[in-house]
Design a protein around this ligand. Sequence first.
Ligand code: PEP
Ligand code: CO
Length: 465
Amino acid sequence: MNSKDTQLASVPTDDTWTPESWQDFPAAQQAEYPDEVALERSLKQLQELPPLVTSWEITSLRQQMAECAAGKRFLLQGGDCAESFDDCNSTVITNRLKVLLQMSMLLVHGLKMPVVRVGRFAGQYAKPRSSSEETRDGVTLPSYRGDIVNGPDFTPEARIPDPERLLRGHSRSAMTINFVRSLVDGGFADLHHPEYWDLSWVDHSSEAKEYREMLGQISDSLSFLETLAGRRVGALQRVEFFTSHEALHLHYEQGQTRQVPRRWGWWNLSTHLPWIGMRTAALDGAHVEFCRGIRNPIGIKIGPGMTAEWLTELIKTLNPDDQPGRLMLIHRMGAGKIAEHLPYLIEAGQKASKTLLWTCDPMHGNTENASSGVKTRRFENIHSEVSQAFEIHQACGSRLGGIHLELTGEDVTECTGGARDLTDEDLKRAYRSTVDPRLNYEQSLELAMAIVRKKRGLSGASINQ
Ligand code: PEP
Ligand code: CO
């Protein structure tokens, strides 16, 4: 073990943890496979298939997350609520990447600090459900648990959990990550060619105008720099992208968890950044047991039901040595609840750890039903939660180091409000999500600009500076 490795140690070597030790703990939100032999077969294949990410990428992300916690970087995590196998196509992947790149440019420029880009993609295929069964017109079937488990159609065939889907999920994730890597390494993210990541259908939008003005400024500064240096600034031709998903389906996570040559410990190589969802954060539960033993950075979603004691124990269990870059708390309270619940959780976090990275998910606490019955979220609530989060952290002597969003590059109408003031009526036009409502392109950019304004306002900097 080299000294850097020792620094990042998280599980004592005499511990009882193994990649399958979670199976001795109560596992919430797992699929019930009727054919266990088929499940074992898929798992075995998953264990033999190549990993999707590498341990050194994970280490690099941990270091960057430590810097986010220290206020030197800002983390932007975003993507679909749930990826679908059908949406594993070049248009959807490219458009999602474009929005994330544009938002990150706005943040880099406005916050004057590097942004860590983390996609909710290449594995975000498993979903927690409030009920394990769904009844329609007197017929009861297993709930849809995400494409990695079963299909969304309300038929017995589609809803039976199929372990073959674990392998399809792995392949779709590999295709997604492969395409993202080729794009960002191959010049797609090149600052000299921002037109590559322009979305044509939003030419008229006021956000697009402000965004292009900013790009113009960046481009001028770049030309100036390159004239001075007498050469192109190569580092600006590519960016880094990390992947993340909810570590919900523990057989899938186990299947890609392995040891690597010359490095200590176990790594979940299905993603860089797995997170524990709000419904699976029980201290004595299987998800916490699984996550405590892997060396990836871990996110934990915390909602209004989280207590100070519970959070303290989670921190002690998942990061006993208080290693920088290991834990990210993603609070998702809702605009009406954050002021009441966040302060005591921050206080508990400050007592238990010096290294926590706090990020805000302003989506999941603000879900409501529109008049038509579909799930929606109001932009004003999303904006308000982010804005309050910055203020509360500052007032508590803490720091908000990032943001976690559900968004898409497609022209959808799933969240109301925003500059175009989408109404409940507009939701009918282009509502595509089978799970949670996402910010569309304009709403995403608008939120990125709002973050810049808020953060600069709080630090006393003027907006035009
Ligand atoms: C999600 O991120 O899609 C999700 C289910 O979140 P949470 O666990 O916060 O409800
Ligand atoms: Co969601």
